[in-house]
Design a protein around this ligand. Sequence first.
Ligand code: NAD
Ligand code: SER
Length: 314
Amino acid sequence: MQENILVFGANGQIGTELVEQLRSVYLPQNVIACDIKLPDFEHRKDGPFEECDVLQKRSLSSVFKKYKPKQVYHLAAILSATGELQPEHAWRLNMDGLLHVLELSVGFNVKKLFWPSSIAVFGPHSPKHHTPQSCVMDPTTIYGISKLAGERWCEYYNIKHRLDVRCIRYPGLMGWKAEPGGGTTDFAVHIFHSALESGLYECFLQADTEIPMMYMPDAIRAALELMNSPAENLSTRSGYNISGISFTPAMLAKEIKKHVPQFEVSYTSSDPRQAIADSWPKSIDDSLARKDWNWEPHYDLISITEDMLLNLKK
Ligand code: NAD
Ligand code: SER
């Protein structure tokens, strides 16, 4: 009999694709999708779903009790842009949710826990180019502050409770299967939908804002590769830097125009998300992930654009 895997925040941008991938690797009935909102995707019918709020510890505990999971992926969070609109709630969800999952994972002898951190842990005083694994970290958003604190909690649980927790600092993620959930990097998905639907897009970031990004198949593969790595190879539990590509909205628009020649992009002059993007790195040094678990990205701007357009057209 295969061991159960719980995925919290399963209906979001990452969870949608992660659950699908996990169910193709493990038996679908062993991958339990959990979210506060009911699933509205066809593929959720492929396996079990539990309606569950990570802030309600008692009901969360009953899910652990019911499934006795050996692996947990905890994705439920509020992202950077939405977090600035409701900072107290973002702090509560991102911190208390994580603390509940950490504590229950220890209590129910979970073998491995995956938790995504973000490039939002960096701030204005972090080096902008090839931002290293360890450096000054002074995040300016509640989201980034919660991710940095979360990283410390993960490391703490590993040291104090021997919990095998594994973390990645994701850059902005792009995919065609699910909508992004309120982040600063959402433009990189919206732009494709607009290119195909109206041929016009008003970008909320300035044309020359360089930002680290990654295609979802690389991001999902990274999570699974990290989870499958021998524990003794892992030299940090507080979030591996991983790099995909870096581009600006203008570079992305130019690449899309090769396929949709009439596409026009304009740029909003003042949007609060600009300050968030400006506080983040422009590129990431992921040498530790490459060394510890052989990380390498597969997709570049050309292949991402081709794949996004091909699938969204379908
Ligand atoms: P998302 O907003 O698309 O999905 C989050 C999911 O969590 C949603 O389905 C939501 O319904 C669920 N959720 C919210 N509150 C909940 C609660 N109380 N209990 C249970 N579920 C709840 O987010 P995402 O983009 O899929 O991100 C997942 C994780 O990855 C987050 O921790 C995020 O910080 C991290 N991350 C994402 C990106 C990115 O670009 N998408 C980049 C870096 C890190
Ligand atoms: N893509 C995320 C955001 O923009 C970064 O973690 O919030």
